[in-house]
Design a protein. Structure first.
Length: 297
């Protein structure tokens, strides 16, 4: 990694935004003075008060009244926060009125999402698995259950959805599990296997998340046959999701560690690795062969 020598503190530091600020005129370059020294110098040069050129108010020259700006000598913008926010609000309102700009912005956001969909979803899942996020959701849900207005809102929302379904000519109730199983048995079995694996991984704090699409690709590669060589049974409609290296042995919930298997093989393998499972089957076969030889004798 490239390093830059800071002339103020005399240290060599990595040439990244973490240690150096971007050059005001060359956005791809960094300044020679490190960020820590710049902040110290900015604080030393910062006056006690400053007049905003827009509203002409004299305010304390602190981050409470002025936004940060690494392009200035004291690290703060010239205009106060109120004037800056009013200007930005006006710009956003003008942009909101421009239909072509709104369409362009929506298309740009949509293209970015589809180009980086997996990354965005994974970041979201990772953020939602953080303990602080889980605690925040639980506190929010508990607060909603205690608030009569929120409870009434949820009840009315369910009622409106029911009226809309009836108006569209749909069933009053969503199809039951049994109805979906009769209609699409293979998809229901796959969905159930994926949901169980993700639920168990989340509960145990195991890394990784599998989607229905990824699991279906794995099954297609296996031609919907059991993964294990001794079996190769057809698993359509009664598929189970098997982790090659179990969670108890340090396995993850990533697609690379997942295969489709029949129920007997899944239950028989349990917490064993693939090698241990094959050795176990070989031992059983040997015992059965010896027993058969004794019976025949």
């Amino acid at each position: 990694m490239t390093t830059i020598h800071c002339p103020t503190c005399g240290r060599d530091k990595p040439a990244t935004k973490e240690f150096f600020r971007l050059h005001a005129l060359k956005q791809q370059a960094v300044t020679s003075m490190c960020l820590a020294c710049y902040e110290e110098e900015a604080l030393a040069n910062r006056p006690a008060t400053s007049e905003c050129p827009e509203c002409h108010r004299v305010l304390p020259r602190t981050e409470k009244y002025f936004q940060r700006d690494t392009g200035t000598s004291d690290g703060l913008r010239r205009t106060c926060k109120d004037c800056r926010n009013a200007y930005r609000k006006g710009v956003y309102e003008e942009e909101a009125k421009d239909e072509d700009y709104r369409k362009h912005k929506a298309k740009k956001a949509n293209d970015h999402y589809h180009a980086h969909r997996d990354e965005i979803l994974e970041r979201g899942h990772e953020r939602n698995r953080r303990p602080e996020q889980i605690a925040k959701r639980q506190a929010r849900d508990a607060k909603k259950r205690e608030d009569p207005k929120e409870v009434e809102k949820i009840r009315l929302g369910a009622k409106v959805n029911r009226i809309l379904r009836i108006a569209r000519g749909e069933k009053d109730k969503a199809p039951t599990y049994q109805e979906r199983k009769e209609r699409q048995p293979e998809l229901v079995a796959i969905q159930g296997a994926v949901d169980n694996a993700n639920r168990k991984a989340k509960k145990l704090g195991v890394n990784g998340r599998i989607t229905v699409k990824e699991f279906m690709q794995i099954l297609e590669e296996q031609s919907y046959l059991c993964y294990f060589d001794h079996c190769k049974a057809d698993i359509k409609g009664h598929v189970t999701l098997e982790h090659l290296l179990p969670f108890s042995r340090g396995g993850t919930n990533e697609p690379a560690n997942i295969v489709g298997a029949c129920e007997p093989c899944n239950y028989a393998k349990a917490g064993k690795t693939v090698e241990e499972f094959e050795a176990h089957l070989a031992f059983i076969e040997e015992v059965l062969q010896r027993h058969k030889e004794k019976v025949d004798a």
